[in-house]
Design a protein around this ligand. Structure first.
Ligand code: PLP
Length: 814
């Protein structure tokens, strides 16, 4: 900016003191603390109810500022600087902005509406920035002061403007319109709530539309209420979900996998875009952006490729899970009036619960009298359908009677002391307070305590995988699911319950204890115990578990106890060794086995099984076939001589995939149900079940030459940002996964493990990851997968899964 001061003042009626004939202005300021203030600054001394900038003029002069727009000249300063005296400095400031805007002639997009203004503005900036030098209003500068401030930041390099304008009552927009002077108008949406600043919705819409008084086009979602207010001559560019009589007809929105595909008709063609959001507000905001791009004649290929990269606009508002099923919106770091409006907008968009509570501290620096301020806050509260207000602070307490259903406390500590008496459940709570009120303590009591490290188990994925394998079975083939080792590390009871729900035929565990605990927890499915010790036979019988019997010594021991207990036909499972050479009767044992069973009716052979050593490896295909053949032979011999018809089974997960001819009467499904296959082709069809998650405890940046962790095994070659995560080898993360071999995922980016994995912690590099302390970390799940980890660690996924220590809490979800 470089303007002769005399040209500036010619636009408003003013009286001038001082010689300004050749003064050049290169900076406009309303902030006495700005470091940009200097001799070529023109300072507008605004007057607010709590703040009068005239009081800082003397100080500013001492700092070298020489030109002031004032409503009066402070005493004793008459000849110390140039003064331009006007009636109202805010009006003069706005008039100056109008004049300044007039110096530039490029397209300007003006945005207003009830919700989504900031998001649409930020997204348009993102979508258009490859092609334009854009000036846009900062975060939420959409008010009577914010809009002119945004506009005077335009400079010669800009060739496109994007500004938002917000209003809370009538006659505000007509002041903002000439300042923004949009050539392209975007109306985001009209909230359903009856805004208290207006007599009715029509008045509210009419006021908003004033922003587009002289724009070339109005872009909006077709709406009768809007149509009733615009002239038929007005150029519009509209869209709709249900009215075909528009420029862009959205025929369908399809949500899948955290993204939405939007199908639309435009000029006779049918097109689609993908956006990485699922919620309605984002979809509508994205469509608003789409219309701007179409209006600006972008082709669909460009539109498609840019729209799919849209990102969440950080509103400083964080949604958290609260106690008693509440939703918590954490905005505990600010409390100006403008951001309150944004937060309430956001609260309104959260429609999970009808019930809404606002916890609000005193508001500072509003530029309004307290009387006015809390009056406006009260209106906003009604307009946004907030049922309960909890005010904290001495000032807001004085205005308690402005609100319906309101309690107040003088201090945060008073609220905390009374916390037990307040009811918070099934509602959305907005916590909004100035820094000094330390509302983070309130968030802490309202937030559901989350465990730092958890193994999240997706039960839907488990069901899905079960069905995948079931589909491979011939009709009437039974299914036993192995839930040994705590469901392969995923959780015993929850998974057993799910399997019971799916009506599998059997569960398999390794030891009696595992079976006993499932029975004690109410599981009714029959449970086979793979390696029962003789000492556990009594409790196996007592808990109606079914032992696998694999040698004569075990059989005789079991029979002794069974006879003693006078049992008849107690179910047992006979294991044959056909080549695995782990457990089982061999060919040489068969005759004695048959003889012993013939002489006894205390037990009944419920099933005969064997286990394959190489079902996952095609190299040993012939060996595997031999095992199956031997199993067929030995089991047939038993069946013939004993005249029994037991269930026969030999296949584990990879057996199911590779030897469909050997299903006999039952299969034993293990790792597959937990989402792991040894076949990469088959793997694609399985869903990930377990995600091991943690959080970032601390972040630091270390200079080149510093080291990380024990033994200084990571030496930083450059400045490195390091995050510490509270999970270590005691939780089951192998030390071999450290030292640059392994990684975790943070914000969808890989973060390499630096140095050695410690007992309870590990450190990762986050130099290029945009993350903060407390952010989620994925140790394994979609990326890295346990398969990938197993590969790098020279082991198998089974070991990774079952190594996760029991101190890691398991969380199940659907
Ligand atoms: C663990 C186990 C299974 C299941 O094996 P997966 O490879 O996980 O499918 C089947 N049978 C026996 C005897 C087992 O020990």
């Amino acid at each position: 900016m470089s303007i002769l001061l005399k040209n500036i003042i010619s636009v408003f009626s003013a009286t001038c003191y001082g010689d300004i004939s050749s003064v050049i202005i290169d900076h406009i300021s309303i902030d006495s603390r700005s470091s940009h203030n200097g001799s070529n600054t023109l300072f507008f001394a605004l007057i607010g109810p709590n703040n009068n900038a005239h009081l800082y003029i003397e100080e500013l002069i001492s700092e070298g500022v020489n030109n002031f727009v004032v409503s009066y000249i402070p005493e004793g300063l008459d000849d110390k600087a140039n003064f331009i005296v006007v009636e109202n400095t805010l009006v003069a400031f706005q008039i100056f902005a109008i004049y300044y805007r007039g110096l530039f002639d490029f397209p300007v997009i003006g945005i207003t509406g009830s919700n989504g203004k900031t998001i649409v503005k930020e997204w348009l900036n993102f979508l258009l920035s490859p092609d334009f030098n854009i000036i846009r209003s900062p975060k939420s500068f959409n008010s009577q002061v914010g809009v002119p401030l945004s506009v005077i930041a335009i400079n010669e390099k800009h060739n496109l403007g994007i500004f938002e304008a917000g209003i809370s009552t009538i006659s505000e927009m007509e002041k903002l319109e000439p300042i923004v002077k949009p050539t392209i108008g975007v109306l985001t949406n009209i909230g359903t709530s009856h805004d208290e600043g207006f007599e009715n919705t029509t008045q509210k819409i009419a006021e908003k539309l004033l922003l587009f008084k002289s724009s070339d086009v109005l872009i909006y979602k077709k709406d009768e209420r809007v149509d009733a207010l615009i002239s038929s001559k007005r150029t519009t560019f509209s869209w709709s979900f249900d009215n075909e009589n528009v420029d862009v007809f959205v025929t369908e929105t399809k949500i899948s996998n955290k993204k939405t595909t939007i199908f639309y008709q435009f000029k006779g063609g049918l097109y689609e875009i993908d956006i990485p959001f699922e919620d309605m507000a984002s979809i509508e905001n994205a469509i608003s952006c789409l219309l701007v791009l179409l209006y600006m004649k972008y082709d669909n290929v460009t539109i498609h490729s840019r729209m799919e990269l849209l990102y969440p606009v950080e509103m400083r508002l964080e949604v958290k899970n609260g106690i008693n099923n509440c939703n918590l919106i954490d905005d505990s770091y600010s409390s100006d009036f403008q951001s309150l409006k944004i937060a309430l907008d956001f609260l309104e968009s959260q429609n999970k619960f009808q019930k809404k509570t606002l916890i609000l501290s005193d508001i500072f620096q509003s530029g309004l009298t307290d009387e006015e301020l809390y009056g406006r806050v009260a209106k906003l509260v009604v307009a946004n359908n907030i049922q309960r207000v909890i005010g904290i602070g001495q000032t807001i307490s004085e205005f308690k009677n402005r609100f319906v259903n309101c309690v107040t406390y003088a201090h945060t500590s008073d609220f905390l002391a009374d916390f037990e008496n307040l009811d918070f459940s099934n509602e959305t709570i907005l916590v909004k307070g100035a820094r000094s009120f330390e509302f983070e303590e309130i968030v802490a009591v309202l937030e559901q305590k989350k465990h730092e490290t958890v193994l999240e188990i997706n039960l839907n994925a488990l069901s899905y995988n079960l069905n995948f394998y079931k589909a491979k079975l011939k009709p009437n083939i039974k299914i036993m699911v192995m839930v040994k080792a705590f469901g392969y590390g995923n959780g015993g009871l929850e998974i057993a319950s799910l399997l019971e729900h799916h009506q599998v035929d059997y569960l398999g565990v390794a030891f009696a204890d595992e079976g006993i605990s499932l029975k004690n927890d109410g599981i009714r499915l029959p449970i086979m115990v793979l390696n029962p010790e003789s000492t556990s036979f009594s409790s196996i019988i007592q808990h109606q578990l079914e032992p696998e019997i694999y040698n004569l010594r075990g059989l005789n021991n079991f029979l002794k106890i069974a006879e003693h207990k006078k049992l008849k036909h107690f179910p047992i499972h006979i294991k044959l060794d056909t080549g695995m050479h782990r457990l089982g009767f061999e060919r040489n044992d068969i005759l004695e086995l048959i003889q012993t069973l013939k002489e006894n009716d205390a037990v009944q052979v419920k099933s005969i099984l064997s286990h394959m050593a190489t079902s996952d490896d095609k190299v040993h295909y012939e060996f595997a076939k031999g095992q199956i053949q031997l199993f067929e032979e030995l089991s047939s011999q038993m069946m013939t001589e004993l005249q029994i018809n037991p269930i026969r089974h030999i296949l584990n997960t990879s057996g199911i995939s590779n030897f469909p001819e050997a299903q006999f009467n039952m299969v034993r499904l293990g790792i597959g149900i937990y989402g792991v296959s040894n076949d990469p082709e088959e793997q694609k069809f399985l869903e990930n079940v377990g995600t091991l998650k943690s959080v970032i405890s601390q972040i630091r940046t270390i200079p080149a030459g510093d080291s990380v962790g024990y033994g200084r095994r990571f030496m930083a070659q450059k400045e490195t940002k390091v995050a510490t995560i509270p999970i270590g080898y005691a939780d089951g993360i192998s030390r071999a996964w450290g030292n640059g071999i392994g990684y975790v995922t943070i914000k969808n980016r890989k973060a390499k493990i630096l140095g050695s994995v410690c007992m309870d912690m590990l450190m990762v590099e986050v130099t290029d990851v945009d993350c903060i302390e407390g952010d989620d970390v994925i140790i394994f799940g979609e990326s890295p997968t346990v398969i990938e980890m197993a590969h790098a660690l020279n082991t198998i996924p089974y070991e990774i899964l079952t190594s996760i220590s029991q101190r890691v809490k398991r969380v199940f979800y659907r």
